[in-house]
Write a protein that binds this ligand. Structure first.
Ligand code: UTP
Length: 225
């Protein structure tokens, strides 16, 4: 199979880079890569939020803030690549990433261009390489009807139509460093590509493996139109 991970900054860099998680995820990814072709797009997390905050304080505009976020995500990607024993430079475009993926069977990258999140990069890469699935991996168990950290009675969807995901995403923040669920462009690409997207927690790697292997798992599968 061809699998793309949108590996959220919330799991690799919640406050600082989480070396323990990077090490666990790199072993996991190497084992998945034995039988599959994989792309991993790493988010910026706290590193990106800090860099964007610094840029804003210096009067940077949104594009400049986005570039600060992109750099941070690439830094996190570099860290993961190192842990996985990958020495090649981090691809900066989808074209470069596809080339690496076709020759090496695995590619790790961060952001590409301003105006969207690393989730969009992952979904675009998924579309570009005809991936079987894109896994959006973060620190929440899936998509909920309301914020599970604020509301004890929040319900997680097992399956969610794309139209409903769109509604929920657009009601949340869409600014540099603060895409709370998915950004507009990610939704747009999902609409045209009908690629399979699964949203799930990255801390439980057995659960992640189950989702890949088609076994029962905890998470939300997005139903394409
Ligand atoms: P992330 O994709 O990490 O942001 O990119 P996020 O969704 O806010 O959060 P996490 O990391 O998954 O928790 C960080 C920021 O970098 C810029 C955007 O400003 C984004 O919010 N960025 C990233 C881009 O402009 N283009 C990209 O391709 C990637």
């Amino acid at each position: 199979m061809r699998i793309v991970f949108a590996l959220g900054g919330s799991v690799v860099c919640p406050n600082d880079i989480d070396e323990e998680y990077i090490s666990r995820f790199s072993q996991f990814a190497l084992s998945i890569a034995r039988k599959n072709t994989i792309g991993i797009v790493v988010g910026g997390g706290k590193r990106a939020r800090d860099a964007i905050k610094r840029a804003r304080l210096q009067g940077s505009n949104e594009v400049e803030c986005d570039y600060a976020g992109i750099e941070a995500s690439r830094e996190n990607a570099r860290r993961l690549a190192e842990a996985m024993g990958i020495e090649e430079p981090i691809p900066e475009t989808l074209r470069e990433a596809k080339q690496v993926l076709e020759t090496e069977g695995i590619v790790i990258m961060g952001g590409t261009e301003p105006g969207h999140s690393t989730d969009t990069v992952a979904i675009l890469l998924g579309e570009y390489i005809n991936a079987d699935m894109v896994l959006k991996v973060s620190d929440v168990d899936g998509v909920y009807d309301k914020d599970p950290q604020k509301f004890g009675d929040a319900k997680r969807y097992d399956v969610l139509p794309l139209s409903k995901l769109e509604k929920i995403s657009l009601s949340l923040s869409q600014r540099a460093g603060k895409y709370e669920l998915l950004d507009v462009m990610a939704i747009k690409i999902l609409r045209r590509s009908s690629i399979k997207l699964i949203v799930l927690n990255g801390h439980d790697l057995d659960n992640l493996r189950h989702a890949i292997e088609g076994k029962p798992f905890i998470g939300t599968t997005i139903q394409s139109p």
